[in-house]
Design a protein around this ligand. Structure first.
Ligand code: CTP
Length: 399
């Protein structure tokens, strides 16, 4: 997800330099091009050759070691970088940056760059809490430096506490998260429902359906990547909540109804992917039902149709429903679109094993209230989500 990004990695001298090697590897694996500048102290811990081999680029340590006479290396690198990561950033490096000192290749390049700078500090816990370090970090943060906080844990100096360089995987995750965001939907509030609901019969049994939640989670992720504030009201799933998405877990349709309607008034867009149970057991037993000789019938009553309710109460919200069908998909879909007063509906053929419920793939038709239809060919649910979000965006812009 960092494909093609030009990342300048600044490595200063602390024991965590060895982790910067793993970070270089993870960044290149994520598709980034990495160039490394090391301070002299960093090179005391790990040789530049190690970083050179992993980044497949020359490593810079000396301002006056001009490798190409046609260029001035520190200005060239400063302009080259899409983003800069300082890991580990020592107390000394933070002090120099906060005071505009440029006395080596790294600090000189940092003064010259206009790229976004991410700082992953690593130091002893007492150094981290020193007022001078705090003041320097506060100043840098106020200038827009983005801090990737050190983790708590065992420190090489023998202390346990805050100061350990954040794990390389986590640093990569932060960069990916930020770099996949656009501002297209900044300021928009989006609510997505996902997953199945569970309707209890007794303390050990429930009715549910095969929904995995994958399509809804993908849509929440893609909406968040447009810069929207995203709320994901989700029935029980095994999925990881996407970054920057607020997760509101629910179990039953009634709980989903309560959480959705509580937030509905302030939303700009609602996408109802959830496979809400249409019925629930009329009585929920307090104790486990013991098996009997005779048959057992469970009387069911209707759950509220959440989407229908939203359609009837909507004002500014753009409302998108999903239709899970096994036959006559377009006609049933069109009927739901009209009956539930939707702006658009996404039609899903759940009779096919290769797409739909638990699959990672999907193939859908996006239908709007003004009669347009767009078939989205079979692709991963994330890719489908991206296209659906794009089509919704077109509709919203049309007004
Ligand atoms: N839906 C809802 N509340 C319900 C049932 C469905 O909000 N109690 C929403 C789903 O989230 C989905 C849409 O309605 O966006 C269509 O769901 P689907 O199960 O396909 O259709 P139903 O309305 O249940 O209609 P039918 O049973 O006739 O297929």
């Amino acid at each position: 997800m960092l494909k093609g990004k030009k990342i300048l990695l600044g490595v200063s001298g602390g024991i965590a330099v060895y982790k910067a090697v793993a970070l270089t590897s993870k960044l290149t694996q994520a598709g980034a091009e990495v160039k490394v500048i090391m301070t002299d102290h960093a090179a005391e811990f790990v040789t530049p050759l190690t970083f050179q081999a992993i980044s497949r680029n020359p490593v810079y340590t000396d301002t006056f070691d001009e490798k190409d006479p046609a260029k001035i290396a520190h200005i060239d690198l400063a302009d080259w970088a899409d983003l800069v990561v300082l890991a580990p950033a020592t107390a000394n490096l933070l002090g120099k940056l906060a005071n505009g000192i440029a006395d080596d290749m790294l600090t000189t390049t940092l003064l010259a760059t206009e790229a976004d700078i991410y700082v992953a500090p690593a130091m002893n816990v007492h150094m981290y809490q020193h007022p001078a370090v705090i003041q320097n970090m506060t100043a840098l943060a106020a200038w827009g430096y983005r801090f990737i906080e050190p983790g708590d844990g065992y420190l090489a100096c023998g202390y346990v506490g805050k100061g350990r360089l954040e794990e390389p995987e986590q640093i990569v995750r932060v960069l990916e998260k930020d770099n996949n965001r656009s501002n297209k939907w900044a300021g928009k509030k989006v609510l997505v429902t996902a997953g199945p609901t569970r309707e209890p019969i007794d303390p050990v049994r429930y009715f549910t359906n095969y929904s995995s939640g994958k399509m809804g989670y993908a849509l929440a992720q893609k909406a968040a990547e447009q810069g929207a504030e995203v709320y994901l009201v989700s029935g029980p799933t095994h999925l990881t909540v996407p970054p920057l998405v607020e997760h509101i877990p629910v179990t039953t349709a009634q709980e989903m109804f309560a959480e959705v309607t509580e937030r509905f008034a302030e939303m700009d867009l609602v996408i109802k992917t959830a496979a809400v149970a249409d019925y629930r057991p009329k009585a929920v037993l307090d104790q486990k039902m013991k098996k009997q000789k005779q048959e057992w019938s469970v009387e069911m009553e209707r759950n509220v149709d959440i989407l229908q309710y939203l359609g009837e109460h909507k004002q500014q919200q753009f409302l998108v429903g999903f239709a899970a069908e096994t036959q006559d998909i377009k006609n049933y879909g069109k009927d739901k679109l009209e009956r539930k007063h939707l702006d658009a509906i996404v039609l899903n053929d759940v009779s096919r094993r290769d797409i739909g419920f638990d699959s990672d793939q999907n193939e859908v038709i996006f239908m709007t209230k003004d009669g347009t239809e767009q078939a989205i060919k079979q692709a991963s649910k994330l890719e489908i989500a991206e296209q659906v979000i794009g089509l919704i965006d077109d509709q919203i812009r049309k007004g």
